[in-house]
Structures are given as structure tokens and as C-alpha cells.
Write a protein that binds this ligand. Structure first.
Ligand code: AMP
Ligand code: ZN
Length: 117
């Protein structure tokens, strides 16, 4: 089996709090939430980076993004939400199976990341 933690979650080999699943993607609660509600939207097809995305991968990613409005009440997106994709070292990517962070449920700060330079 793949070494990838999100592939293992997808396949049920590692438990998770799945809140939505269909044939192309699934959504779990982040184990270490950074907002009142913090989900990970994960295409089922494994790819590491946006830069490695095939046309089929891109289709699954756009499918996932377009699905969000439909999941608004399930996820509690009514007040607004923020989507984040961390790619590579500078962004602090830790899991190399592309995923979209979905944060919501509160007013979301937009920090000035230049501070501390
Ligand atoms: P990133 O830094 O963008 O690669 O994000 C990886 C995210 O996966 C982090 O926010 C982690 O808290 C989250 N994470 C890691 N392992 C698990 C897990 N087993 N279940 C749920 N979320 C996880
Ligand atoms: Zn994977």
C-alpha cells in the first residue's frame, strides 16, 4: 500500500472524521484545527503538487471546488470561508497528497506574512 497518509485515510486504513465523500474526493476534519471549523478537501487521485497535476487531476480538483457551494450547510460555509493550498517548503506543506484547507465558522484574520522578516 502507498505510504501516503491521505491515501490510507481514503482507503480506510487510518481512521478519520470524514464529513463527505463521493467518487472523486472526500472531506475530513483537520486533526489540528487552525480555525473554528477546519476541513481538508482531498481529491481521491494521489498527486503531490499543483505543479505535478495532470489534466485528469485538474478535473478532480475543479470538481471539488465547484462542489463546495452545494456542501454549504453541511460544512457551515454560510458566513464565508477561506481556501488554502500549501505547496512546497516555503508554504510548509507537510502532506504530499494535494489537499485544500477549508476554514470557516468565524471571522478569519488575513495576517501580514512579511512581519518577522
Ligand atoms: P499541509 O501542511 O498543507 O500539508 O497540511 C496537512 C494537514 O493535514 C495539517 O493541517 C494536519 O493537521 C493535517 N493532518 C495530518 N494528519 C492528519 C490526520 N490523520 N487526520 C486529519 N488531518 C491530518
Ligand atoms: Zn496519497
Amino acid at each position: 500500500m502507498s505510504d501516503c497518509i491521505f491515501c490510507k485515510i481514503r482507503d480506510g486504513a487510518i481512521p478519520s472524521e470524514k464529513v463527505y465523500e463521493d467518487d472523486k474526493m472526500f472531506i475530513i476534519k483537520d486533526i489540528d484545527p487552525k480555525a473554528k471549523r477546519h476541513y481538508l478537501m482531498i481529491p481521491k487521485r494521489h498527486f503531490k503538487l499543483l505543479s505535478e497535476m495532470t489534466p485528469a487531476d485538474a478535473e478532480d480538483l475543479s470538481y471539488s471546488l465547484k462542489k463546495l457551494p452545494e456542501l454549504s450547510s453541511l460544512l457551515g460555509l454560510e458566513g464565508g470561508y477561506r481556501l488554502v493550498i500549501n505547496q512546497g517548503d516555503d508554504a510548509g506543506q507537510t502532506v504530499f497528497h494535494l489537499h485544500v484547507h477549508v476554514m470557516c465558522g468565524q471571522p478569519l484574520d488575513f495576517p501580514d506574512l512579511r512581519k518577522g522578516k
